[in-house]
Write a protein that binds this ligand. Structure first.
Ligand SMILES: NC(=O)c1ccc[n+]([C@@H]2O[C@H](COP(=O)([O-])OP(=O)(O)OC[C@H]3O[C@@H](n4cnc5c(N)ncnc54)[C@H](O)[C@@H]3O)[C@@H](O)[C@H]2O)c1
Length: 439
Protein backbone atom coordinates (compact mmCIF):
# COMPACT_ATOMS: atom_id res chain seq x y z
CA UNK A 1 0.00 0.00 0.00
CA UNK A 2 1.07 3.52 -0.62
CA UNK A 3 2.00 5.60 2.40
CA UNK A 4 0.41 9.02 2.89
CA UNK A 5 2.84 11.89 2.54
CA UNK A 6 3.22 12.90 6.20
CA UNK A 7 4.88 16.09 7.32
CA UNK A 8 7.16 15.49 10.32
CA UNK A 9 5.98 16.39 13.82
CA UNK A 10 8.77 18.94 14.23
CA UNK A 11 8.57 21.84 16.64
CA UNK A 12 5.96 22.66 19.22
CA UNK A 13 2.30 21.73 19.05
CA UNK A 14 -0.03 24.16 20.84
CA UNK A 15 -3.22 22.63 22.26
CA UNK A 16 -5.91 25.26 22.75
CA UNK A 17 -8.98 24.45 24.80
CA UNK A 18 -12.00 26.71 24.94
CA UNK A 19 -12.88 26.00 28.58
CA UNK A 20 -10.22 25.66 31.27
CA UNK A 21 -12.21 23.55 33.69
CA UNK A 22 -12.12 20.05 35.15
CA UNK A 23 -11.38 18.09 31.96
CA UNK A 24 -8.86 20.45 30.42
CA UNK A 25 -6.85 21.04 33.61
CA UNK A 26 -6.81 17.31 34.42
CA UNK A 27 -5.49 16.72 30.92
CA UNK A 28 -2.86 19.48 31.05
CA UNK A 29 -1.73 18.57 34.57
CA UNK A 30 -1.51 14.90 33.58
CA UNK A 31 0.69 15.64 30.59
CA UNK A 32 3.00 17.86 32.68
CA UNK A 33 3.11 15.24 35.47
CA UNK A 34 3.97 12.54 32.90
CA UNK A 35 6.75 14.70 31.43
CA UNK A 36 8.21 15.05 34.92
CA UNK A 37 7.92 11.36 35.72
CA UNK A 38 5.25 12.01 38.40
CA UNK A 39 2.66 9.74 36.81
CA UNK A 40 1.75 7.68 33.73
CA UNK A 41 -0.64 8.68 30.93
CA UNK A 42 -2.84 5.64 31.61
CA UNK A 43 -5.68 5.21 29.14
CA UNK A 44 -3.87 6.95 26.30
CA UNK A 45 -3.55 4.79 23.19
CA UNK A 46 -1.14 7.28 21.63
CA UNK A 47 1.27 6.96 24.56
CA UNK A 48 0.82 3.41 25.87
CA UNK A 49 -1.00 1.47 23.14
CA UNK A 50 0.54 -1.04 20.74
CA UNK A 51 -0.60 -1.86 17.24
CA UNK A 52 -0.23 -5.19 15.48
CA UNK A 53 1.40 -5.11 12.07
CA UNK A 54 1.43 -7.97 9.57
CA UNK A 55 0.53 -11.55 10.37
CA UNK A 56 0.08 -12.89 13.89
CA UNK A 57 3.11 -15.11 13.30
CA UNK A 58 5.33 -12.07 12.73
CA UNK A 59 4.95 -10.84 16.32
CA UNK A 60 5.24 -7.21 15.32
CA UNK A 61 3.47 -4.97 17.85
CA UNK A 62 5.20 -1.61 18.06
CA UNK A 63 4.00 1.16 20.31
CA UNK A 64 1.58 3.40 18.40
CA UNK A 65 3.86 6.39 19.05
CA UNK A 66 6.78 4.52 17.45
CA UNK A 67 4.67 3.53 14.47
CA UNK A 68 3.09 6.88 13.55
CA UNK A 69 4.91 10.21 13.81
CA UNK A 70 3.19 12.02 16.70
CA UNK A 71 4.13 15.19 18.55
CA UNK A 72 6.06 14.22 21.67
CA UNK A 73 4.77 15.20 25.12
CA UNK A 74 7.83 17.42 25.59
CA UNK A 75 6.75 19.50 22.61
CA UNK A 76 3.23 20.31 23.80
CA UNK A 77 2.18 23.81 24.85
CA UNK A 78 -1.21 24.59 26.39
CA UNK A 79 -3.54 27.54 26.15
CA UNK A 80 -7.22 28.36 25.99
CA UNK A 81 -10.12 30.58 26.89
CA UNK A 82 -12.48 30.78 29.83
CA UNK A 83 -15.14 33.08 31.22
CA UNK A 84 -13.10 33.39 34.41
CA UNK A 85 -9.48 34.57 34.59
CA UNK A 86 -8.23 31.75 36.87
CA UNK A 87 -4.99 30.16 35.65
CA UNK A 88 -4.82 26.39 35.18
CA UNK A 89 -3.43 25.85 38.71
CA UNK A 90 -6.34 27.71 40.34
CA UNK A 91 -8.86 26.10 37.99
CA UNK A 92 -7.48 22.61 38.72
CA UNK A 93 -7.65 23.28 42.46
CA UNK A 94 -11.25 24.41 42.10
CA UNK A 95 -12.14 21.37 39.97
CA UNK A 96 -10.87 19.17 42.80
CA UNK A 97 -10.04 16.18 40.59
CA UNK A 98 -6.31 15.88 41.27
CA UNK A 99 -4.56 15.81 44.67
CA UNK A 100 -3.24 19.12 45.91
CA UNK A 101 0.07 17.34 46.61
CA UNK A 102 0.48 16.54 42.92
CA UNK A 103 -0.76 19.96 41.79
CA UNK A 104 1.80 21.72 44.00
CA UNK A 105 4.64 19.83 42.29
CA UNK A 106 3.58 21.25 38.92
CA UNK A 107 2.32 24.60 40.16
CA UNK A 108 4.88 26.68 38.21
CA UNK A 109 3.92 25.12 34.87
CA UNK A 110 0.17 25.26 35.52
CA UNK A 111 0.25 28.87 36.68
CA UNK A 112 1.73 29.88 33.33
CA UNK A 113 -1.40 28.66 31.54
CA UNK A 114 -3.66 31.69 31.67
CA UNK A 115 -6.95 31.80 29.83
CA UNK A 116 -7.72 34.35 27.15
CA UNK A 117 -11.04 36.20 27.40
CA UNK A 118 -13.94 34.02 26.25
CA UNK A 119 -16.61 34.42 23.63
CA UNK A 120 -19.60 33.67 25.80
CA UNK A 121 -23.31 34.35 26.02
CA UNK A 122 -25.32 33.09 28.97
CA UNK A 123 -28.28 32.44 26.62
CA UNK A 124 -26.39 29.35 25.49
CA UNK A 125 -25.23 28.11 28.92
CA UNK A 126 -27.81 29.17 31.48
CA UNK A 127 -26.26 28.08 34.78
CA UNK A 128 -22.92 29.87 34.36
CA UNK A 129 -21.79 33.37 35.13
CA UNK A 130 -18.46 34.98 34.36
CA UNK A 131 -17.10 38.37 33.50
CA UNK A 132 -13.87 37.50 31.70
CA UNK A 133 -15.59 37.91 28.36
CA UNK A 134 -14.83 39.68 25.10
CA UNK A 135 -17.02 42.62 24.10
CA UNK A 136 -17.60 43.04 20.36
CA UNK A 137 -20.39 44.27 18.11
CA UNK A 138 -21.12 41.21 16.00
CA UNK A 139 -20.47 37.48 16.05
CA UNK A 140 -18.22 38.06 13.05
CA UNK A 141 -16.12 40.46 15.17
CA UNK A 142 -15.94 37.80 17.89
CA UNK A 143 -14.61 35.33 15.33
CA UNK A 144 -11.99 37.86 14.22
CA UNK A 145 -10.99 38.47 17.87
CA UNK A 146 -10.53 34.71 18.37
CA UNK A 147 -8.43 34.49 15.20
CA UNK A 148 -6.23 37.27 16.55
CA UNK A 149 -5.84 35.30 19.84
CA UNK A 150 -4.90 32.18 17.90
CA UNK A 151 -2.30 34.05 15.87
CA UNK A 152 -0.69 35.74 18.86
CA UNK A 153 -0.68 32.51 20.92
CA UNK A 154 1.13 30.76 18.09
CA UNK A 155 3.72 33.50 17.76
CA UNK A 156 4.28 34.09 21.49
CA UNK A 157 4.75 30.38 22.16
CA UNK A 158 6.77 29.71 18.98
CA UNK A 159 4.42 26.92 17.95
CA UNK A 160 4.85 25.08 14.71
CA UNK A 161 1.21 23.92 14.71
CA UNK A 162 -1.98 24.26 16.76
CA UNK A 163 -5.06 22.15 17.44
CA UNK A 164 -8.24 23.17 19.27
CA UNK A 165 -10.27 20.83 21.51
CA UNK A 166 -13.58 22.17 22.86
CA UNK A 167 -13.59 21.52 26.62
CA UNK A 168 -16.16 24.22 27.36
CA UNK A 169 -19.54 23.71 28.96
CA UNK A 170 -22.39 22.02 27.13
CA UNK A 171 -24.52 24.56 25.33
CA UNK A 172 -28.31 24.51 25.08
CA UNK A 173 -29.91 22.27 22.48
CA UNK A 174 -29.94 23.87 19.02
CA UNK A 175 -31.21 22.13 15.93
CA UNK A 176 -29.59 22.58 12.55
CA UNK A 177 -31.30 25.39 10.61
CA UNK A 178 -30.97 27.47 7.45
CA UNK A 179 -28.04 29.58 8.69
CA UNK A 180 -25.96 26.41 9.19
CA UNK A 181 -26.42 25.14 5.64
CA UNK A 182 -23.57 26.86 3.75
CA UNK A 183 -20.46 28.95 4.37
CA UNK A 184 -22.13 32.02 2.82
CA UNK A 185 -25.25 31.75 5.00
CA UNK A 186 -23.15 31.12 8.09
CA UNK A 187 -20.93 34.14 7.46
CA UNK A 188 -24.01 36.25 6.82
CA UNK A 189 -25.41 34.95 10.13
CA UNK A 190 -22.19 35.88 11.94
CA UNK A 191 -22.52 39.42 10.66
CA UNK A 192 -26.26 39.60 11.55
CA UNK A 193 -25.84 38.05 15.01
CA UNK A 194 -28.09 35.13 14.12
CA UNK A 195 -29.28 33.50 17.39
CA UNK A 196 -28.75 30.01 15.95
CA UNK A 197 -24.98 30.60 15.95
CA UNK A 198 -23.68 29.66 19.39
CA UNK A 199 -20.30 30.67 20.90
CA UNK A 200 -18.85 27.19 20.26
CA UNK A 201 -19.62 27.59 16.55
CA UNK A 202 -17.74 30.89 16.55
CA UNK A 203 -14.67 29.16 18.03
CA UNK A 204 -15.00 26.44 15.39
CA UNK A 205 -15.15 28.97 12.59
CA UNK A 206 -12.15 30.88 13.98
CA UNK A 207 -10.10 27.68 14.33
CA UNK A 208 -10.78 26.45 10.82
CA UNK A 209 -10.24 29.85 9.22
CA UNK A 210 -6.87 29.87 11.02
CA UNK A 211 -6.02 26.41 9.63
CA UNK A 212 -6.34 24.82 13.08
CA UNK A 213 -7.90 21.32 13.40
CA UNK A 214 -10.92 21.27 15.72
CA UNK A 215 -12.37 18.57 17.98
CA UNK A 216 -15.65 18.99 19.83
CA UNK A 217 -15.66 17.31 23.25
CA UNK A 218 -19.19 18.38 24.17
CA UNK A 219 -22.50 17.28 22.63
CA UNK A 220 -23.53 20.69 21.24
CA UNK A 221 -23.51 21.04 17.44
CA UNK A 222 -20.36 23.19 17.13
CA UNK A 223 -18.52 21.74 14.11
CA UNK A 224 -21.37 19.35 13.23
CA UNK A 225 -23.14 21.61 10.72
CA UNK A 226 -22.86 21.60 6.91
CA UNK A 227 -21.32 25.10 6.77
CA UNK A 228 -18.41 24.12 9.02
CA UNK A 229 -17.89 20.75 7.31
CA UNK A 230 -17.71 22.57 3.98
CA UNK A 231 -15.33 25.16 5.42
CA UNK A 232 -13.08 22.44 6.87
CA UNK A 233 -12.79 20.80 3.46
CA UNK A 234 -12.19 24.12 1.75
CA UNK A 235 -9.44 25.08 4.21
CA UNK A 236 -7.91 21.55 4.30
CA UNK A 237 -8.55 21.20 8.02
CA UNK A 238 -9.57 17.98 9.81
CA UNK A 239 -12.44 18.08 12.34
CA UNK A 240 -14.05 15.57 14.70
CA UNK A 241 -16.89 15.43 17.19
CA UNK A 242 -18.84 15.09 19.31
CA UNK A 243 -18.88 14.52 23.07
CA UNK A 244 -16.01 12.67 24.75
CA UNK A 245 -16.95 9.05 25.35
CA UNK A 246 -16.32 8.44 29.05
CA UNK A 247 -18.22 7.17 32.08
CA UNK A 248 -21.57 5.56 31.61
CA UNK A 249 -21.66 5.74 27.81
CA UNK A 250 -18.22 4.13 27.61
CA UNK A 251 -19.57 1.25 29.72
CA UNK A 252 -22.66 1.12 27.54
CA UNK A 253 -20.69 0.81 24.32
CA UNK A 254 -18.56 -1.89 25.93
CA UNK A 255 -21.52 -3.92 27.24
CA UNK A 256 -24.10 -3.45 24.48
CA UNK A 257 -21.96 -4.96 21.69
CA UNK A 258 -21.46 -8.01 23.97
CA UNK A 259 -25.21 -8.57 24.39
CA UNK A 260 -25.76 -7.96 20.69
CA UNK A 261 -22.99 -10.31 19.60
CA UNK A 262 -24.64 -13.18 21.51
CA UNK A 263 -28.09 -12.06 20.31
CA UNK A 264 -29.49 -11.52 23.78
CA UNK A 265 -32.66 -9.45 23.71
CA UNK A 266 -33.18 -6.27 25.73
CA UNK A 267 -36.47 -4.97 27.14
CA UNK A 268 -35.08 -1.92 28.85
CA UNK A 269 -31.97 0.00 29.83
CA UNK A 270 -32.35 2.55 32.57
CA UNK A 271 -29.31 4.73 33.24
CA UNK A 272 -29.04 7.26 35.99
CA UNK A 273 -26.13 9.41 37.17
CA UNK A 274 -25.35 11.75 40.01
CA UNK A 275 -22.46 14.17 39.79
CA UNK A 276 -21.47 17.35 41.54
CA UNK A 277 -18.95 19.19 39.40
CA UNK A 278 -19.58 22.31 37.33
CA UNK A 279 -20.48 20.17 34.32
CA UNK A 280 -23.23 18.65 36.49
CA UNK A 281 -24.41 22.13 37.46
CA UNK A 282 -24.60 23.18 33.79
CA UNK A 283 -26.47 19.97 32.91
CA UNK A 284 -28.99 20.72 35.64
CA UNK A 285 -30.46 23.21 33.18
CA UNK A 286 -33.05 21.43 31.02
CA UNK A 287 -31.83 22.94 27.73
CA UNK A 288 -28.19 21.86 28.24
CA UNK A 289 -29.36 18.44 29.50
CA UNK A 290 -31.41 18.00 26.33
CA UNK A 291 -28.21 18.34 24.26
CA UNK A 292 -26.52 15.68 26.41
CA UNK A 293 -29.57 13.41 26.41
CA UNK A 294 -29.77 13.33 22.62
CA UNK A 295 -26.07 12.44 22.49
CA UNK A 296 -26.38 9.67 25.10
CA UNK A 297 -29.57 8.15 23.68
CA UNK A 298 -28.25 7.75 20.14
CA UNK A 299 -25.87 4.97 21.15
CA UNK A 300 -28.08 1.90 21.63
CA UNK A 301 -30.26 1.97 18.51
CA UNK A 302 -27.24 1.81 16.29
CA UNK A 303 -25.46 -0.95 18.23
CA UNK A 304 -28.59 -3.14 18.42
CA UNK A 305 -29.68 -2.47 14.81
CA UNK A 306 -33.22 -2.28 16.12
CA UNK A 307 -34.81 -2.35 12.66
CA UNK A 308 -32.96 -5.50 11.60
CA UNK A 309 -33.61 -7.37 14.88
CA UNK A 310 -37.15 -6.36 15.91
CA UNK A 311 -37.82 -9.51 17.95
CA UNK A 312 -34.89 -8.72 20.22
CA UNK A 313 -34.83 -4.94 20.44
CA UNK A 314 -37.99 -3.27 19.10
CA UNK A 315 -39.49 -2.70 22.58
CA UNK A 316 -36.26 -1.49 24.14
CA UNK A 317 -37.10 1.24 26.64
CA UNK A 318 -34.03 3.45 27.03
CA UNK A 319 -33.96 6.20 29.63
CA UNK A 320 -31.05 8.40 30.70
CA UNK A 321 -31.10 10.66 33.74
CA UNK A 322 -28.44 13.02 35.10
CA UNK A 323 -28.86 14.68 38.47
CA UNK A 324 -26.70 17.40 39.96
CA UNK A 325 -25.64 16.34 43.45
CA UNK A 326 -22.87 18.61 44.85
CA UNK A 327 -21.39 16.21 47.49
CA UNK A 328 -20.19 13.90 44.69
CA UNK A 329 -17.90 16.50 43.08
CA UNK A 330 -16.15 15.03 40.03
CA UNK A 331 -16.65 11.49 41.40
CA UNK A 332 -19.68 10.61 39.35
CA UNK A 333 -21.76 7.61 40.32
CA UNK A 334 -23.93 5.88 37.77
CA UNK A 335 -26.37 3.00 37.93
CA UNK A 336 -27.58 0.97 34.99
CA UNK A 337 -30.43 -1.47 35.20
CA UNK A 338 -30.51 -3.66 32.11
CA UNK A 339 -33.43 -6.03 31.54
CA UNK A 340 -32.27 -8.70 29.13
CA UNK A 341 -33.80 -11.94 27.86
CA UNK A 342 -32.41 -15.12 26.37
CA UNK A 343 -33.41 -18.58 25.09
CA UNK A 344 -37.22 -18.86 24.83
CA UNK A 345 -37.58 -15.33 26.16
CA UNK A 346 -36.43 -16.11 29.73
CA UNK A 347 -35.69 -12.87 31.57
CA UNK A 348 -32.45 -11.87 33.31
CA UNK A 349 -31.01 -8.65 34.71
CA UNK A 350 -27.64 -6.96 34.71
CA UNK A 351 -26.90 -4.16 37.20
CA UNK A 352 -23.92 -1.89 36.85
CA UNK A 353 -22.84 0.55 39.53
CA UNK A 354 -19.90 2.57 38.21
CA UNK A 355 -18.08 4.87 40.61
CA UNK A 356 -16.03 6.79 38.12
CA UNK A 357 -13.96 9.92 37.87
CA UNK A 358 -15.18 11.63 34.73
CA UNK A 359 -12.20 13.87 34.12
CA UNK A 360 -9.72 11.04 34.80
CA UNK A 361 -11.41 9.11 31.98
CA UNK A 362 -11.62 12.18 29.74
CA UNK A 363 -7.98 13.35 30.04
CA UNK A 364 -6.37 10.59 27.90
CA UNK A 365 -9.16 11.06 25.37
CA UNK A 366 -8.25 14.75 25.00
CA UNK A 367 -4.57 13.87 24.60
CA UNK A 368 -5.18 11.21 21.94
CA UNK A 369 -7.64 13.34 20.01
CA UNK A 370 -5.22 16.28 19.99
CA UNK A 371 -2.26 14.18 18.84
CA UNK A 372 -4.21 12.19 16.24
CA UNK A 373 -5.99 15.18 14.70
CA UNK A 374 -2.59 16.86 14.38
CA UNK A 375 -1.32 13.70 12.67
CA UNK A 376 -4.37 13.77 10.36
CA UNK A 377 -3.54 17.31 9.29
CA UNK A 378 0.12 16.47 8.66
CA UNK A 379 -1.04 13.45 6.62
CA UNK A 380 -3.16 15.73 4.40
CA UNK A 381 -6.55 14.59 5.74
CA UNK A 382 -9.38 17.10 5.84
CA UNK A 383 -13.04 17.33 6.86
CA UNK A 384 -14.72 14.83 9.20
CA UNK A 385 -12.32 12.27 10.73
CA UNK A 386 -14.72 9.44 11.49
CA UNK A 387 -11.84 7.17 12.55
CA UNK A 388 -11.61 9.23 15.76
CA UNK A 389 -15.16 8.22 16.74
CA UNK A 390 -13.53 5.67 19.08
CA UNK A 391 -13.27 8.56 21.55
CA UNK A 392 -16.67 10.13 20.95
CA UNK A 393 -20.15 9.49 22.27
CA UNK A 394 -22.06 10.84 19.30
CA UNK A 395 -19.71 10.46 16.33
CA UNK A 396 -19.94 13.03 13.60
CA UNK A 397 -20.27 11.41 10.19
CA UNK A 398 -21.01 12.47 6.66
CA UNK A 399 -24.63 13.47 6.10
CA UNK A 400 -26.74 10.32 5.71
CA UNK A 401 -24.01 7.96 6.94
CA UNK A 402 -24.94 6.04 10.07
CA UNK A 403 -22.28 6.34 12.80
CA UNK A 404 -20.64 3.29 14.38
CA UNK A 405 -21.01 3.23 18.18
CA UNK A 406 -19.57 -0.19 19.00
CA UNK A 407 -16.29 0.69 20.72
CA UNK A 408 -14.53 -2.46 19.40
CA UNK A 409 -15.47 -1.75 15.79
CA UNK A 410 -14.36 1.84 16.35
CA UNK A 411 -10.99 0.59 17.61
CA UNK A 412 -10.49 -1.63 14.54
CA UNK A 413 -11.39 1.33 12.31
CA UNK A 414 -8.90 3.57 14.09
CA UNK A 415 -6.07 1.02 13.92
CA UNK A 416 -6.72 0.33 10.25
CA UNK A 417 -6.69 4.05 9.54
CA UNK A 418 -3.28 4.34 11.19
CA UNK A 419 -2.04 1.38 9.12
CA UNK A 420 -3.53 2.98 6.00
CA UNK A 421 -1.81 6.31 6.70
CA UNK A 422 1.50 4.49 7.08
CA UNK A 423 1.04 2.32 3.98
CA UNK A 424 0.82 -0.94 6.01
CA UNK A 425 -1.44 -3.86 5.11
CA UNK A 426 -4.88 -3.56 6.73
CA UNK A 427 -5.89 -6.36 9.09
CA UNK A 428 -9.20 -8.05 8.23
CA UNK A 429 -9.01 -10.77 10.95
CA UNK A 430 -9.95 -13.38 8.32
CA UNK A 431 -6.96 -15.58 9.14
CA UNK A 432 -7.64 -18.42 6.68
CA UNK A 433 -4.15 -18.05 5.20
CA UNK A 434 -2.56 -19.44 8.38
CA UNK A 435 -4.25 -22.78 7.61
CA UNK A 436 -4.00 -22.69 3.82
CA UNK A 437 -0.21 -22.61 4.04
CA UNK A 438 -0.19 -25.97 5.88
CA UNK A 439 -1.63 -27.90 2.93
N1 LIG B 1 -15.83 14.86 32.00
C1 LIG B 1 -16.19 14.02 31.07
O1 LIG B 1 -15.96 12.85 31.15
C2 LIG B 1 -16.90 14.54 29.86
C3 LIG B 1 -17.39 13.60 28.96
C4 LIG B 1 -18.04 14.05 27.82
C5 LIG B 1 -18.16 15.39 27.58
N2 LIG B 1 -17.71 16.28 28.50
C6 LIG B 1 -17.93 17.68 28.22
O2 LIG B 1 -16.70 18.38 28.30
C7 LIG B 1 -16.98 19.70 28.68
C8 LIG B 1 -16.07 20.09 29.84
O3 LIG B 1 -16.37 19.33 30.99
P1 LIG B 1 -15.76 19.75 32.40
O4 LIG B 1 -16.12 18.68 33.36
O5 LIG B 1 -14.37 20.18 32.25
O6 LIG B 1 -16.67 21.03 32.74
P2 LIG B 1 -16.23 22.32 33.59
O7 LIG B 1 -17.51 23.01 33.91
O8 LIG B 1 -15.32 21.96 34.71
O9 LIG B 1 -15.38 23.16 32.55
C9 LIG B 1 -15.96 23.85 31.49
C10 LIG B 1 -15.32 25.22 31.43
O10 LIG B 1 -15.78 25.86 30.25
C11 LIG B 1 -15.93 27.23 30.53
N3 LIG B 1 -16.75 27.80 29.46
C12 LIG B 1 -18.07 27.70 29.26
N4 LIG B 1 -18.43 28.33 28.14
C13 LIG B 1 -17.31 28.85 27.61
C14 LIG B 1 -17.02 29.60 26.45
N5 LIG B 1 -17.99 29.96 25.62
N6 LIG B 1 -15.74 29.95 26.21
C15 LIG B 1 -14.73 29.59 27.04
N7 LIG B 1 -14.95 28.88 28.17
C16 LIG B 1 -16.22 28.51 28.43
C17 LIG B 1 -16.51 27.26 31.94
O11 LIG B 1 -16.32 28.49 32.57
C18 LIG B 1 -15.72 26.14 32.60
O12 LIG B 1 -14.56 26.60 33.24
C19 LIG B 1 -18.47 19.77 29.02
O13 LIG B 1 -19.18 20.25 27.92
C20 LIG B 1 -18.82 18.34 29.23
O14 LIG B 1 -20.19 18.05 28.99
C21 LIG B 1 -17.07 15.87 29.62
Amino acid sequence: MEKNEIKPANGKLGILTPGIGAVSTTFMAGVIASQKGLGSPIGSISMMGRIRLGKRTENKKPLVKDFVPLASLDNLVFGGWDIRPANAYKAAKKAGVLDLKLLKKIKTELKQIKPMKAVFDSKYVKNLKGDYIKKEESKFDYAKALMADIKSFKEENSCDRLVMVWCGSTEVYIQESEVHQSIEKFEEGLKNNDPSISPSMIYTYAAIKSGVPYVNGAPNLSCDIPAIVELAKQENVPIAGKDFKTGQTLMKTILAPGFKTRLLGIDGWFSTNILGNRDGEVLDDAASFKTKEVSKLSVLDSIFETDEYPELYKDLYHKVRINYYPPKGDDKESWDNIDIFGWLGYKMQVKVNFLCKDSILAAPVVLDLALFIDLAQRAGMKGIQEWLSFYLKSPQTKDGLEPIHDVFKQKIKMENTLRHIMGEELITHLGLDYYEEEE
